[in-house]
Design a protein around this ligand. Structure first.
Ligand code: FAD
Length: 662
């Protein structure tokens, strides 16, 4: 990989304000404008989804069962065309071809746990709990960090009216109107799925999303069910892995089961993250029950609990989703090794629009090099989803009731980092956040997304991270408004598709995605050269964690993350770069940044997070800049640059009102 040549000094002083044409990060530091950006803005054809959605009977659909069970397991041979990916081929990412990516032995794998289904006990997470606002269809129950937008505001307005203090008639009708709109939107989405196909069985499923992990692909004759091992994509609808599993089950006329393996700890995740995940899973379990698909929550590492489950339930075929990170990949490999040989095992990339292994066969250098590849493949992959339907083949045994309380007790995580209030977990709320983004913030996304005082971001990253909302659904919905908000829609697609899938590409193809060794040679060289430079301030991890530095903006950003579980995207760059400036070495800076990010951000432990930290500290996907102390050729950001961009004082006052201003 050739190093990026440092650019001339032009614009160096204003590096916080200029966007590079070669490797610039998301909106770098300047709001992305479609005018000055070399973005191949999406030729997202208006009728593109229609092409798939209007077909009632796809050409290749053959009614009845496949001739052989074997056929159903081979991506690309299941009546539909498509090359598929053969097992253990280089580039397939599983087996010999990607052996290098399996990570350091033993990391985070913890002790083996006996397979255990959680015994039943009255759960504390009953339907009527936190989510009661949702069941009424209110899209405004939650509120966003720093945007104090929530149902109580509306409710207060209604009550005021009732007390005769209301000013405008419209206020009184606002709440029902919002509910009504939300219901209509939900129905529209359901209708779009139905238009795509009555079920996934009749849908022309793109097999490039699937690859075979196991050696064997034959489904045994005495198979009693199909199992989807849900891991990263924790939702029912709009989930290509779930859909693939149901497709197989429908074709084989078998029951379908879902399981989730709950590990007691995961990297630096705390109760904040586990709570978000478990409450989302509760919604999944309820939805599965309505669809006649038993949902099993297994306690322990998949390698310890899944193979036994497979044998006990006579699972004929296993499907899982995809994550490019080391640990989840190791889980898949561990299961593959322990699975009975006659059980085929397939993996589906249900997180990316263009499957990671299809988007590019190698590590891409920057957004510039992957953008064209992704946009060229969007017409093929950015399609409507068919619905996951009520499963017609009943399970021989129901799922045991889940004792959610016991799940919480089984966790070995830090419980001091508390759950956040603004983000209610689950697909229903995630989709409501998406709709509120479209209705209220999308219009400003193009122009104000780099201003932390403005409500312009989608705020969807927690739901995306846990797979509770599909990015593909978000794009399908957002792009409907391109006629009205072209700049914003294009900028959103750049972030949520190009930048996000670039991060997936990096973590998938670079085994050092979370260390300085993962950086380009030029960046490693320049950081080494400046490793001994005198630092103006040196902070310990604890001082950083408490937001106790000399810089009130940095402290405010840190506190926003600690308190709300989500730092504004623009400030994340400034935040990480300052850690490089104030710690003893780039290695220490990266370690601290990843630790804090993974511990406090709801969306942490994500490819986006590793790439965000490496972009800020190690220049990944960026280019070299004019040399300066500590940073070398890594792009620099400073307080003065932030002041030119937004009202820094306003942000500081919000999060650190007691900090003496500098
Ligand atoms: C140091 C640092 C750490 C970061 N840590 C994380 C992290 O842990 N998890 C995480 O999801 N993102 C991370 N990001 C990327 C980005 O800041 C967040 O995705 C974004 O702020 C999430 O807020 P949002 O959903 O409101 O974003 P929006 O601006 O509304 O964007 C919509 C979606 O696009 C994607 N996206 C936006 N910006 C980027 C980006 N720069 N790179 C890749 N995808 C992007 C995300 O999926 C996001 O949810 C980090 C960035 C930096 C610089």
């Amino acid at each position: 990989m050739s190093p990026a040549r440092p650019r001339a000094r032009r614009g160096h002083r204003r590096s916080t304000g200029s966007r590079t044409r070669r490797g610039g990060y998301r909106g770098d530091v300047t709001p992305l404008s479609t005018k000055d950006t070399p973005i191949n803005t999406p030729p997202l054809k208006k009728n593109q989804t229609k092409r798939t959605t209007t077909k009632k009977k796809p050409k290749n659909h053959a009614p009845g069962l496949c001739n052989t069970r074997r056929a159903a397991w081979l991506p690309g041979r299941d009546r539909e065309p498509g090359p598929g990916i053969s097992p253990r081929t280089p580039g397939s990412g599983l087996g010999t071809g990607m052996g290098r990516a399996w990570g350091s032995p033993g990391t985070g794998r913890g002790p083996g746990t006996e397979m255990s289904r959680v015994p039943a006990s009255p759960g504390r997470w009953g339907r009527s709990g936190d989510r009661d606002g949702q069941s009424t269809g209110s899209s405004v129950r939650f509120h966003f960090p720093s945007q104090r937008f929530h149902a109580t505001t509306l409710l207060r307005a209604v009550l005021k009216m009732r007390r005769g203090q209301g000013k405008r008639k419209a206020e009184a009708t606002e709440l029902p109107r919002v509910s009504q709109r939300r219901k209509e939107e939900e129905e529209e989405v359901r209708e779009a799925r139905r238009r795509a196909a009555p079920s996934v069985r009749e849908f022309k499923y793109n097999k490039k999303r699937v690859r075979l992990v196991s050696q064997g692909s034959d489904l045994k004759d005495d198979a009693r069910c199909i199992l989807y091992w849900m891991s990263r994509d924790q939702r029912v609808q709009d989930n290509w892995a779930f859909l693939y599993a149901q497709r197989l089950a429908l074709k084989q006329e078998l029951p379908l089961h879902i399981c989730f393996c709950l590990v007691p700890k995961f990297l630096d995740a705390t109760i904040r993250h586990y709570d978000f995940m478990l409450r989302g899973l509760q919604e999944v379990a309820e939805e599965c029950a309505e669809l006649n698909i038993p949902f099993h929550l297994l306690l322990g590492y998949a390698k310890d609990v899944l193979p036994a489950f497979v044998v006990e339930h006579g699972v004929g075929g296993l499907v899982t989703d995809f994550c490019p990170l080391r640990l989840p990949r190791q889980w898949v490999e561990d299961v593959r090794e322990r699975l009975p040989e006659d059980v085929p095992f397939a993996q589906v990339d249900a997180h990316n629009i263009v499957p990671c292994w299809v988007a590019s066969p190698k590590q891409e250098y920057s957004a510039r090099t992957i953008r064209g590849k992704i946009h060229a493949q969007l017409p093929e992959f950015l399609t409507e989803f068919p619905p996951v339907i009520h499963h017609p083949y009943p399970p021989s045994c129901p799922a045991e009731p889940i004792a959610w309380e016991a799940c919480y007790s089984s966790l070995q995580v830090d419980r001091t980092v508390k759950e956040v209030e603004w983000a209610t977990p689950g697909t229903a709320t995630g989709l409501a956040v998406l709709q509120s983004f479209i209705a209220e913030r999308l219009k400003s996304f193009g122009s104000h997304r780099n201003d932390p005082n403005k409500a312009a971001l989608s705020n969807l990253s927690p739901w995306f991270h846990f797979g509770q909302v599909s990015t593909q659904r978000a794009i399908l919905e957002v792009q409907k408004h391109r006629g009205k908000y072209k700049e914003s829609v294009d900028a959103f697609i750049e972030e949520a598709v190009v930048r996000r899938e670039l991060a997936e590409n990096f973590c998938y193809y670079n085994e050092n995605y979370d260390s300085v060794q993962g950086a380009y040679d030029w960046a490693q060289t320049t950081l080494k050269l400046h490793a001994k430079d005198k630092r103006p301030f040196l902070y310990k991890l604890q001082e950083l964690e408490q937001g106790a530095t000399h810089d009130p903006l940095w402290n405010a950003a840190q506190l926003q993350m600690v308190q709300e579980g989500k730092m504004h995207g623009f400030l994340r760059m400034y935040w990480a770069k300052k850690i490089l400036e104030w710690t003893r070495s780039p290695e220490e800076a990266l370690q601290f940044a990843i630790y804090l990010n993974d511990r406090y951000e709801l969306d942490g432990r994500d490819p986006n997070g590793y790439v965000g930290c490496l972009w800020s500290i190690c220049g990944i996907h960026d280019q070299g800049w004019a040399e300066r102390a500590i940073f070398g050729k890594i792009r620099y950001m400073n307080y003065a640059g932030c002041k030119r961009k937004f009202d820094v004082g306003q942000f500081e006052r919000r999060y650190a009102p007691c900090t003496p201003s500098q």
